[in-house]
Design a protein around this ligand. Structure first.
Ligand code: COA
Length: 323
């Protein structure tokens, strides 16, 4: 038994923050940001709008596309690093918002790889016969943990959500998923506070609940790790890179995406690119790109997709999918 994607959905909050808006907040330029990252704008959740609010919109659209109703669901796996609250987890909060109950609903925290991790978990539930209709969500309100005075990180991140519905199938569907983590890089990309370590106040009187990043080093390791995970994914399935119809990458930085595309010898026309429109939305970025590819009619049923992501931890991973 395999799982297959029955429907996709996504949602971006209304408010848009352009590079020109950022020029008014600190010393930067549209040109610099576009050249180094490929980002033109990012979406920002409204005051009071939470990660689960965004996830709910994406989930509704994915369920509609799949032709399922909340009562059909028997599993929710929700990838996020910016949960509404410490607990209940976002999967359970989403379940309640959908008006259903009595089946497993969980949150998965793997930074920007959160959706790939969530997808891999849901795929295994379906393969084992433990779920027949799984909702997999990646959603974030990263704007809440961005230091808007730090130009080296504030230019990169945005809010959004994406979702897929997985159902059982005799043929794949999800052919394989590959997950990795290496905590020895924990100090290169992180948010330093939490209920266990505490919420100290810094010399400026703020709780530094912000993303910290050594951009240059992250960049190099991301390129290397994504290069090897796509190689491993192809090798594990005895496939040549020419077999891939679409690369659906994590949308962190156009230059990282270009490096992975080059490794796969895949032209940028066969890469789903959304980074310009919404920047790095962490766990939401891969399902947002997938949904953009599907809804624009570029990704068609039967095509072979390679999804990949890389994030804080580091965590990274891939999924090979016959759509
Ligand atoms: N606008 C203008 N100048 C900026 C700037 C900004 N927003 N941010 C940094 N700079 C400046 C720096 O101060 C530095 O100036 P200096 O040479 O006078 O010291 C210069 O630009 C180069 O900085 P550097 O950090 O070396 O730039 P970079 O080429 O590495 O680009 C990133 C910075 C963040 C765009 C890049 O490292 C990156 O994208 N890294 C990966 C980040 C990522 O994707 N993380 C998430 C992974 S999931």
């Amino acid at each position: 038994m395999y799982s297959r994607i029955a429907g996709t959905g996504s949602y971006l909050p209304e408010k848009v923050l352009t590079n020109h808006d950022l020029e008014k907040m600190f010393e930067t330029s549209d040109e610099w940001i576009r050249e180094r990252t490929g980002i033109g704008q990012r979406h920002i959740a409204a005051e009071g709008q939470t990660t689960v609010d965004l996830g709910l919109e994406a989930a509704r659209r994915a369920m509609e596309a799949a032709g399922v109703v909340p009562e059909d669901l028997d599993l929710i796996v929700f990838g996020t690093t910016t949960p509404d609250q410490i607990f209940p987890n976002c999967g359970t909060l989403l379940q309640e918002r959908l008006g259903v109950r009595n089946f497993p609903a969980m949150g998965v925290e793997a930074a920007c790889s959160g959706f790939i991790y969530a997808l891999s978990i849901a795929d295994k539930f379906i393969r084992l016969g433990d779920a027949k209709c799984a909702l997999v969500v990646g959603a974030e309100t990263l704007s809440r943990i961005v230091d808007w005075t730090d130009r080296s990180t504030a230019i990169l991140f945005g809010d959004g959500a994406g979702a897929v519905v997985l159902k059982p199938a005799d043929d794949p569907g999800i052919i394989s998923t590959h997950l990795r983590a290496d905590g020895s890089h924990k100090d290169l990309l992180y948010c330093p506070v939490g209920p266990s370590k505490g919420f100290p106040v810094d010399e400026r009187g703020r709780t530094p609940m912000f993303i910290h990043m050594a951009g240059n080093e992250v960049f190099k390791i991301a390129v290397k790790s994504l290069g090897s995970i796509v190689d491993e994914t192809l090798a594990a399935n005895g496939l040549d890179k020419s077999a891939i119809d679409w690369l659906v990458p994590h949308q962190a930085n156009i230059r990282i995406i270009q490096a992975t595309a080059k490794k796969l010898d895949i032209p940028l026309e066969r890469v789903i690119l959304t980074v310009e429109e919404h920047g790095n939305t962490s766990a939401a970025s891969v399902p947002l790109a997938l949904d953009a590819g599907v809804r624009s009619g570029r990704i068609k049923r039967g095509e072979l997709l390679l999804l990949e992501a890389f994030g804080g931890g580091f965590t990274w991973g891939s999924a090979l999918i016959r759509y």
